[in-house]
Design a protein around this ligand. Sequence first.
Ligand code: DGL
Length: 266
Amino acid sequence: MSTFSRIGVFDSGLGGLTVLNAICAANKGLSIVYFGDTARVPYGSRTPETIIRYAEQDVRFLLSKGVEAIVVACGTVSAIALEELRKEFSIPIIGVIEPACDAAAKVTKSKHICVIGTQATVHSHAYSDYINRQYPDMTVSGIGCPLFVPLIENGFREDDPITKMTVERYLSPIRNTDIDTLILGCTHYPFLSGIIHETLPDVRLIDIGVALSEVVGRTLTLPHNISDNFVEYCFSDRETGFKRFDAEHLKDLPNGPIKSINIESF
Ligand code: DGL
């Protein structure tokens, strides 16, 4: 079996860094190319056709960097474009839907799971279809939270009153229901996990980066005995100084070169 030592990880912007952080915390010896499409974020309010086109360009860019496998660190692309990507490209492509749902199914006691995500993700029913298929005894609800990604990408943190009001607005309807497990179905949302937990203190939060990093270790044969990960950070526009904020969710990211690329040329 071949060893995958060079992998590509991509998202529409900074959210995929929470997945990358979890991958780096759980695995060593990887050479990773991260791509954040900051020129075109958010993906979640776009049509499936546009999301698929963007995702294909993102994969072509990563292939040009010589990656041997790809992690789609974006709930929206995983929900809308994963099948097309797998048909079109021959290297292993791992998405976030299944690991997140499996992790939620493992911990729910009430068997009522809620998924929050972008509009495109919730409309696609990708999470609920998978849960209904694999865990027919469970109930799944979905809430689109289209303002979360723009807040995060524009630097609004959890202590900002606007962030608090927005979280309250989207999530208070499920307070005091039988939902006991909430899938943060967009990789940006861990940046809001503190305030989401305050809003829904009795609900278990599923961080898809953590769920997925275990699958990466299981699915790909990774190199051994090499101590450090190497990451090259590529963005199609500004990188918003990501190394400076939110130490908790990005604390395992190694330093690495930051590059600007023209994604439209791929
Ligand atoms: N991090 C992406 C996701 O997981 C954000 C999508 C967007 O750009 O709207 O869905």
